[in-house]
Design a protein around this ligand. Structure first.
Ligand code: APR
Length: 337
């Protein structure tokens, strides 16, 4: 999973580089700046004094000293005023400059705090959105493991409205646990002529499709019945007209795992991985359920993770990073994990 949102103390992260939310003097301060200097020891300040400061939006690199990380990348975020003074562009530049500095120094893993979202007052959810957008764009073109490190739950929240919306959706659906989504999808995939429980007519008779189209799609359907997860995944990638790389990058799945799936038609992935691909391929709820079934899983209304996924799919929102922000906010495991 190339981009992960984790809750941790960035000074504890064993990565090639951690990023420091510094000020233009680079001579230390409070917040994460203070924590990094304390954990790194006096050698860090000594080196910082040789750098001659750093402009807002720019980044400079030093050694990690007593930190588990090999490097510290110091970047200076904008002080948030009202969002109309170029704050977003400067914050985007912090992430972009830090990532290119990390890449230029051969770093394969980098951890970011939420720059400017503390003392500098950048609204947390907007700061997170900027971080996710810039980092995910970078990861489309580069191989690197990037962490966004949230120090405490309080300093992390998705938009209030989105949070309330999802919480309400969970309440509604979680309460209806007796309506088992699995039964619904099994009924729909019953062989032709099966009498559905309510209308007494065959499942296919209730369809509005014309006879001939129905027969073709039935033929297609029967052919796909014994298709494995991996075969269905590759078929869907072809149908969508995207490359393998575009698919697994959008699913936030690393290349190694994808080649395992591509290489073994009987490969059994984890449920979050299946859903990450379904989201990357922008499958409908029924297609998602079909892909899950190929891997031996089903969406269930007695599982918050599944209900949150369903919330996004039925709204046609397939942004894996936004979905992961929401899963993180509800203490669920993340997609592609
Ligand atoms: N690990 C990870 N994140 C942390 C840690 C930590 N140990 N400590 C704080 N944070 C988080 C905060 O919760 C916040 O979300 O880092 C984010 C950035 O907050 P600040 O450290 O206040 O940085 P910023 O808002 O960019 O302000 C920079 O503050 O510390 C001074 O010298 C610094 O003047 C500069 C200003």
């Amino acid at each position: 999973m190339p981009l992960e949102i984790v809750r941790n103390d960035i000074t504890k992260m064993s990565v090639d580089a951690i990023v420091n939310a510094a000020n233009e003097s680079l001579l230390g301060g409070g917040g994460v700046d203070g924590a990094i200097h304390r954990a790194a020891g006096s050698g860090l300040l000594k080196e910082c004094k040789t750098l001659g400061g750093c402009k807002t939006g720019k980044a400079k690199i030093t050694g990690g000293y007593s930190l588990p990380a090999k490097y510290v990348i110091h970047t200076v975020g904008p002080i948030y005023q009202d969002g109309k003074h170029g704050e977003q562009a400067l914050l985007e530049s912090c992430y972009r400059e830090s990532l290119s500095l990390a890449s230029a120094n051969g770093c394969r893993s980098v951890a970011f705090p939420l720059i400017s979202s503390g003392v500098y007052g950048y609204p947390k959810d907007q700061a997170l959105r900027v971080a996710i957008n810039v980092i995910s764009d970078f990861l489309l073109e580069n191989e690197m493991k990037v962490y966004i490190v949230i120090f405490d739950k309080a300093s992390y929240k998705i938009g209030e409205k989105l949070f309330a919306d999802i919480a309400e959706y969970i309440d509604d659906n979680y309460v209806e646990a007796h309506f088992d989504f699995r039964f619904e999808s099994v009924r729909m995939s019953m062989p032709c002529g099966h009498k559905s429980s309510n209308s007494g007519r065959s499942v296919f008779e209730t369809r509005s499709l014309s006879e001939s189209v129905e027969r073709d799609s039935l033929g297609e359907k029967l052919k796909q019945l014994d298709e494995s997860f991996s075969q269905m995944l590759l078929r869907k990638i072809d149908e969508k007209g995207i490359t393998d790389a575009q698919c697994y990058k959008k699913a936030n799945i690393d290349r190694k795992l994808f080649s395992k799936i591509r290489g073994d038609i009987h490969y059994k992935p984890s449920k979050p991985t299946v859903i990450a691909f379904a989201v990357a391929l922008e499958l409908s709820l029924a297609e998602t359920e079909e892909l899950l079934k190929k891997a031996g899983f089903a969406l269930s209304h007695s599982n918050k993770f599944d209900i949150i996924i369903e919330y996004f799919i039925v709204r046609g929102n397939y942004n894996v990073f936004e979905i992961n922000e929401a899963l993180f906010a509800f203490d669920q495991c993340l997609l592609g994990a």
